[in-house]
Ligand binder design. Sequence first.
Ligand SMILES: *Cc1c(COP(=O)(O)O)cnc(C)c1O
Length: 434
Amino acid sequence: MTQALDRLKQSSTAAFTKLQCKECGAEYEPTAQHVCEFCFGPVEVKYDYDVLRRTVSRETIQAGPNSVWRYRPFLPVTTDTPIDVGTGMTPLVEARRLARHLGLKKLYIKNDAVNMPTLSFKDRVVSVALTRARELGFSTVSCASTGNLANSTAAIAAHAGLDCCVFIPADLEAGKVLGTLIYNPTVMAVKGNYDQVNRLCSEVANTHGWGFVNINLRPYYSEGSKTLGFEVAEQLGWQLPDRIVAPLASGSLFSKIYKGFREFVEVGLVSDKHVTFSGAQAEGCSPIAQAYREGRDFITPVKPNTIAKSIAIGNPADGVYALDIARNTNGSIESVNDTEIVEGIKLLAETEGIFTETAGGTTIATLKKLADAGKIDPDEVTVAYITGNGLKTQEAVQGYIGEPLTIEPQLDSFERALERSHTLNRLEWQQVLV
Ligand SMILES: *Cc1c(COP(=O)(O)O)cnc(C)c1O
């Protein structure tokens, strides 16, 4: 650990300097610490933006790797050899058919359903957290997860040769459990909800000295989400969008997209612009949306009950910051029910060929709700963040999709089936059109 600190002090171009409490401003050396000793507020990574202005340009970024590490000066690590498993630089796709369906003109999908290595946005935060964990000398890494984080932590720890023990609620989707076990970490399936898992992990972090990516390493971990802001700005041709729509669990991703945009403005990589922040939660776990609706500036924790398990956090750590951002940007935090979430998944699949999980369904359902209510100007450049892959939450759409037409290996059997399916499709379309 001291080695890493020495290296940091020697390096004259490191923009990453300290940790700072978001509430009282107290500063700390950049170790594994996430809570302020004075006021118990969350601590956040601080940068020297003068150094960034001097050393970073569009060209230096474009000359970097085709991964989140092209933004390394904006990330809280000192090494020149971060753990790079190709995370980030996922496609920003113009969604013309979905836009037409919703009456919009300039709609983009930021598609982290195909992020590497485990097909969710969590690969971003884990790439950063484990690189920092290694710098700080941790040999065992861990996390409290709603599913995707366990996948990412286990996979990237395997790649980096770190010991790994992950904690998940015992009732997760089969794809998320299998997608963790394959990397052979220790998996603790806790009989309880995510908030109980998280509380248990806080105790383990204190007693075992492990690096929990979203607990004692949280200040570093959460910085990884800024890359979702950086990439969109770069992929739009070094411009900010007019609006983003993103899902909230703890509210970290939402808040860090905002921080990413602000840093690019601060350093002069993009010109300043008003961006509206629209947040999406599942009705069965919507403590931030409820606070927004009721005009409160505090969050009342809830017990989650929704198919959108990956974003089912009842006591969101960054909820109040997300609320502030939504309010200050003229945005909102919406909630949609489980039926709308399934319809959102299907709508994105059928219009754009992107199969997202329940969190992405929540985003698309929220986008549709805002568009239907006329709250989005059709000319706005809108970016919807799709944060996870549908193959991991197949249970959610079971019973809501068609079935294959089983036929004999003969032409006439095929012809009959085709005729029947045409009739069926026509009927379905008639239902859709009435
Ligand atoms: C974790 C997660 C989120 C949101 O995470 P925050 O805690 O709000 O940063 C969104 N989508 C998916 C698929 C996730 O796994």
